[in-house]
Structure formats: structure tokens, C-alpha cells
Design a protein around this ligand. Sequence first.
Ligand code: HPA
Length: 272
Amino acid sequence: MLQKIKETTGYIRQCVNFEPEIGIILGTGLGNLANDIEVVKTVAYKDIPNFPVSTVQGHKGQLVFGYLGGKKVVAMQGRFHYYEGYTMQQVTFPVRVMNALGIKLLIVSNASGGMNPTFKVGDIMVITDHINHFGTNPLIGPNIDELGPRFPEMSEPYDRRYIKLAFEVAEECNIHLQKGVYIGVTGPTFETPAEYRFFHIAGADAVGMSTVPEVIVARHSGLPVFALSVITDLGGGPVAEKPTHEEVQQAANAAEPRMTLVIKKMVERIKF
Ligand code: HPA
């Protein structure tokens, strides 16, 4: 693993002489945030040694290096999902690489199904905590002490300072933000009505098929995390909804300008 990270960062540094301060994982329908980046260089996943290649519709599959809100960022346009058949190590490898490139904050976005009855389709939820319901963990296996501790503590998976900053900038921009707990599941099936109810009773406000593995690896590395989720469909209500991939994409696209604005304004304000 260490050798692979070295090889991959070595290749990337050869392609682009740029030290990103912030890493951003762009999820479903949110890839357009990359349009707001003053691009210095893009590197296709297929050209990066040891990088998996993204298979999901609507995912581009490249690293975008450039400036956003005056900060140096690297954005993953397209992420890897466990349901695609990648191992947990493959899903989270880019986080290891971004960390090795020197980022000081990881920003993650995703789409999810809302279970909190106060949520509406198109709402943006600040993730305040998560439940790992993948039934596995990317840190299973021998621990590499150079990367992080054997038993990482997870008392503050999502950094309080950035959660506070998000609400401050959203208020200034008149953008309403929800907040809540995200439960990560493997998918690819959406939930049954009983599963949505179960997850809500268990304390989750939204359910999705990503983010938790990447956040676990970021925290293992000591990287602070901020994450936003677009509520693209509602489960657990009195009427069972039938989410489709297209609906999820559409709702995510509709929320994208608000999400982009919040992230851009936050990035502008961040002082490391
Ligand atoms: N469930 C799981 N993942 C999702 C959902 C959902 O309802 N919506 C978007 N991603």
C-alpha cells in the first residue's frame, strides 16, 4: 500500500507541480462544481497508476487541480462505489493519495435518500455524523502505522469548525441547510420501506451508498472532513416512494448551484 501511494503521488507530481490544500470528492450530479475551478491541470484516472476507473453514468473520472475561492484544490470528478465491485481499499485509495499530496481538509458531497420527515427533495444536509452500515470497513487488515493508528477514534468524524462555517455562509447567501446523520449502505438496491423505517429509528436522517469509507480513511489519516448531502428522494414516509437513478441525478443537479455556492464561500473563508 505504501509503495502504491508513493508510486501514484510520484506520477501525479510529475504531471502537475501543484500542492493542493483541499481535496474535494464530487458525488452524483455534483460534478459541475468542477466548472467553478480555475483549472491548472486535469489528470484522467485511467492514466494514474493504481487508480481504479469509474464506471457509473454521470461520472467523469478525472482529478481536477486548480483554484477555487483562492485556494489550491484537487477535485475528484467521479468517485468509486463499493457496489461497483471495487474493494474497500480501492474505493478509498484516492483519499490516501490526496492526503499524501498534502491536503489539509477533505470535502465530500453525495446524494442520499431522506428519512427525516422535515426533509424535502432538493434539500442540502450538512452531515454531522454517520453510521457505517456497509458491514465492512476499509481499515480491516494489517494496520500500516505510517498511515494512522490501529484503532482510530471517531468522536468527531465531521469537523465542528467547518459545520459552523457552513451554516454561517449559508445564512449569508439565504440558503437553507438541513443537518443530520448519514447512514452508509452498500446498495445497489434502494431501501425497502421497512429498511427506511429501520434506519430512521436507528438514528439516521439520510441514507446513501458512499462517503462513509472515504471518511473513515480520512479520519485514520488525521484529515478533517466536511460533507454535504443532497436529498434526492424520500423514504420512510407513509407512501412508499420509488426512487430511480434518473430522479436522483435530476434532484442533485437542481441542488448543485446552491451546494457549489456554499462550498465556494466556505473555501474562500477557510484559514489553515
Ligand atoms: N438510498 C440509498 N442511496 C441513495 C438514495 C436512497 O434512497 N438516494 C440517493 N442515493
